[in-house]
Design a protein around this ligand. Sequence first.
Ligand code: SF4
Length: 366
Amino acid sequence: MLQPYVAMMWQRILASALIKSNYVSSYKMTNQSISLIQSDRAETWQEILSDLITDPQELLRILKLNPDTSPYSLEALAQFPLKAPRPFVERIEKGNWHDPLLLQIWPSPFEENQADGFIADPLNEEEFNPVPGLLHKYQGRVLLTAAPHCAIHCRYCFRRHFDYRANSPSRARWEEAFAYIAADSSIEEVILSGGDPLAISDKQFHWLLQQLANIKALTTVRIHTRLPIVIPQRITSELLSCLNETRLRVVMVVHCNHYQELDSAVTAKFYTLADVGVTMLNQSVILKDVNDNAGALTDLNKALFQHNVLPYYLHMPDPVAGTGHFYVTDEHATQLIKKLHASLPGYLVPMLVRENPGERGKTRIA
Ligand code: SF4
């Protein structure tokens, strides 16, 4: 295990030396130096994606858990199937039903509870859907659904009921979305979301980035993704090359809820992304029994910063049908933020926010 890590560190040192010397200007790197910093294990991300754990029984076997002590819900599975990448599952503690990573993916019978006020589309996104696959909620920014699927199914997801089929990208729909963006010169930033925008191939992603770069008024592309966390192998040299080459400023907002999600394979990829000029931020969702304590959030934000990623948002969970067991109150979340302020420098305390239906921006809670 140590050898690939040491090799990766040497490659990183060499890549940094290339930047510091005049071989590579400012933060942009040559494709040759990008290939130097690759440390992917033999399995590709596509292979991992085609071998996701989708059977709860298999997950139980791997994690050495007894199904009698915590059953799963067939109804929840039918509504939102189990999807768990093996590199993520490897970080779950065996024999521990309370593991914070397991709780995020386990189709619990609690999902069958009909909690008051928890509905399929709590953010009323359809109202802001002028073109299929495009949401225009915020001033100066639009959100594009770049891929209709994710590598993992997070049980608390606010889009678990989203009609991805109606919003699936196709070339014709992309053209419609590009025309909409180009026609409004106030739009400066495109947020690629999903699903997970990195679930599309490098070739498709490259094409998409090129089309966006052709729209003059755009300055920034922001990528909201959980893939670098759950399958770090997704950060390929091809992807790094196209992020490096685009004229657009690239911001990547990864989605990590707990420090246990950060292993050395994940954090190594944060450095490679920063090395090609990507601004790295993180957003988390505050989830009952997963990360709703000051210790877990302190450790997470310190670990992120140690590896080049700044905490950005801490989201209140959205009241989505089937997710009531993850909910925390505003009072509890506010108390946590106070504790974080007492133990961390201000730049490591994420903004506690909520999305309110009908509002064009996030509402800051504390
Ligand atoms: S990766 Fe994001 S969009 Fe996909 S299921 Fe998880 S929270 Fe939802």
